[in-house]
Design a protein around this ligand. Structure first.
Ligand SMILES: [Mg+2]
Length: 228
């Protein structure tokens, strides 16, 4: 049987926490430097966290050497924030798919996100999801998201001593950026409209599969297993 790798985006795909990342980053800069709405310096939404942070640091004249302590403070702020954040929710079908794949010997899960690893793990922990993901690629890489996807694939192959065929690797994500990552790497895309991007807009990027949400998890898993 073929070995299948599911590469999961986090925000808008596994969970939705509104603008928690942005708000935690703003609060971090407010606390450390008294800067209001630091995110306005980030320039591009959807970019890797490390790229956003570099932009903010550069534009606000803060020393690059502070980067590590800013990320540390960001993690603490995010953790505190998520404890009381009412908008933070696990998306439909996720728990069921993760449970199903956990018991399946030929399906593996990994993460590919633009979140810093510390932010990603805190967000997943707020829903008890970390144990499903032993590997991943994260926004600490100061490049594009497809580099994080490559890292996730490589790590998973090493960890489980498996080599996945490209046609058996699926990126599951809620934005055009995720679909583009799949196209760049010659792997498959599953778009899901549970984030900020409307279904119709995602359709225009021609993902291999598209769902309004993942609540019909049985038929979705059936589709992936029979996709040969
Ligand atoms: Mg997303």
């Amino acid at each position: 049987m073929r070995n299948i790798l599911l590469v999961w985006d986090i925000d808008g795909t596994l969970i939705h926490c509104g603008s928690c990342g942005r708000e935690a980053l703003n609060e971090t800069f407010k606390d450390l430097y008294g800067i209001d709405n630091a995110f306005k310096y980030a320039k591009i939404g959807g970019a890797m966290d490390s790229v956003l942070l570099n932009n903010i640091i550069e534009k606000s004249g803060i020393s690059k050497e502070d980067k590590e302590s800013i990320i540390d403070k960001y993690g603490k702020t995010l953790m505190k924030m998520l404890k009381e954040y009412k908008q933070n929710r696990l998306l439909p079908g996720i728990k069921e798919i993760l449970e199903y794949t956990k018991g399946h010997h030929h399906i593996y899960n990994t993460l590919a996100t633009s979140n810093f690893e510390i932010g990603a793990r805190i967000k997943l922990d707020s829903h008890g999801l970390n144990s499903y993901f032993l590997t991943g690629g994260f926004g600490d890489i100061e490049r594009e998201k497809w580099h994080a996807v490559e890292q996730a694939i490589n790590q998973t192959e090493k960890h489980f001593h498996i080599s996945f065929r490209k046609q058996d690797i699926y990126i599951i994500g809620d934005t055009w950026y995720d679909i583009e990552c799949a196209n760049k790497l010659g792997i498959k895309s599953i778009a899901v409209a549970t984030g900020w991007v409307p279904y119709e807009e995602l359709v225009a990027y021609h993902p291999d599969f598209i769902y309004r949400d993942l609540s019909d998890f049985n038929s979705i898993m059936g589709t992936i297993l029979n996709d040969v």
